[in-house]
Design a protein around this ligand. Structure first.
Ligand SMILES: O=C(O)CCC(=O)N[C@@H](CCC(=O)O)C(=O)O
Ligand SMILES: [Zn+2]
Length: 337
């Protein structure tokens, strides 16, 4: 069976297919670490090769990243792309992808934590989060050196920056060089989280010290409805990482940096956002603007400096994040001598 058939079956077939073809790619060991998760381990790695985790479909209706992963495995099957670095290819939420929905029982991308909180929870996404965490743990035990995790998503709404990276909260900042590589790959903005968020990219960064990002690659669309053209530079980056090729010195592209300042949670059933449904991510609101009203909390008003809103969603579960507030990162002025 080819890699393409395996991943197609994972999201289309009634029964799960178990991977059994260790020799699918010449000279590469291909192992299933969980359903929908294949580790590609080259016998010999290029001198500067670094491992990469590429995940898609953590939210079932975000199809462009799944199509990108499809492009990669088709190129691998055809011998047009050779594996030169350890690579973990992951498809996330099988049932939600089949249903064309963000999730089935609950949001998978809030469940990547090791404490006991969700250990016995039998909801579909809780079980899947445990499988994905174990698969990552196994991969990380097999590789050495720096690891990059790109968890690919698409956003519910338009954005002033259609392609942006979310940097999980961490004490170790992302090196400038990596931000520049993302800019070269077409990422237009970077948003740094201000606290732990238990997303998949946070898991690999927090527990494994990987350089990890949630990538928002445009807007949600059904299979076949995505314009992959603006994602060509991202596909080039993914191909280079898999090949173990040295990613060329960053060019002149830059991205705009934002940091999260606040998070608005839905505290009660009586919750609403006070702006248009279709407003774009990163839209700016002046101090004094009313952003949300919650039956339990009351009003949220912008205070101090303007706030840029990201990921507004009034329909999240009670206790979940309904909105992020961000501000541009201002460069520190050089100290006067
Ligand atoms: O467009 C939206 O409102 C959600 C898009 C999405 O799924 N975003 C991720 C971001 C994860 C992070 O904060 O790193 C999510 O909400 O899980
Ligand atoms: Zn998503």
């Amino acid at each position: 069976m080819s890699l393409s058939d395996y991943f197609a079956d994972f999201i289309e077939a009634d029964e799960l297919t178990v991977w059994s073809n260790r020799d699918a790619l010449p000279g590469i060991s291909v192992t299933e670490h969980a359903p929908g998760v294949l580790a590609l381990m080259p016998g010999a790695t290029a001198p500067d090769a670094e491992a990469t985790i590429i995940s898609a479909g953590i939210h079932g209706n975000e199809t462009a990243p799944i199509e990108l992963l499809g492009e990669l495995v088709a190129a691998l099957d055809a011998g047009q792309l050779r594996v030169g670095a350890p690579t973990l290819l992951m498809l996330g939420n099988r049932r939600a992808i089949m249903a064309g929905k963000r999730h089935v029982d609950t949001n998978l991308n809030r469940l990547f934590r090791r404490d006991t909180l969700l250990r016995d929870d039998e909801r579909f996404e809780c079980q899947r989060a445990r499988e994905l965490m174990q698969a990552v743990d196994q991969f990380m035990a097999e590789v050495s050196g720096p690891v990059l995790h790109l968890d690919m998503h698409t956003a519910i709404r338009d954005s002033r920056y259609p392609r942006f990276a979310v940097e999980p909260f961490s004490d170790t900042p992302t090196p400038d060089n990596l931000w520049r590589q993302l800019a070269d790959a077409g990422i237009q903005a970077g948003l740094s989280q201000h606290q732990h968020s238990w997303t998949f990219s946070h898991y690999t960064r927090h527990y494994h010290g990987a350089m990890s990002f949630t990538l928002e690659l445009g807007r949600v669309a059904p299979f076949g409805g995505n314009d992959l053209e603006p994602l060509a530079p991202m596909l080039d980056l993914l191909r280079a990482r898999i090949a173990g090729a040295t990613v060329s010195a960053p060019g002149s592209a830059t991205l705009v940096r934002f940091e999260v300042t606040d998070e608005i949670m839905r505290e009660s059933d009586d919750f609403r956002l006070c702006f248009a449904e279709d407003i774009a991510n990163f839209t700016e609101f002046a101090p004094g603007s009313r952003l949300a009203i919650d039956g339990a909390h009351g009003e949220w008003i912008v205070e101090g400096t303007p706030a840029h809103i990201v990921f507004p969603n009034a329909r999240v579960e009670r206790g979940a994040r309904a909105l992020l507030l961000a501000r541009p990162v201002t460069q520190a002025l050089p100290e006067s001598q």
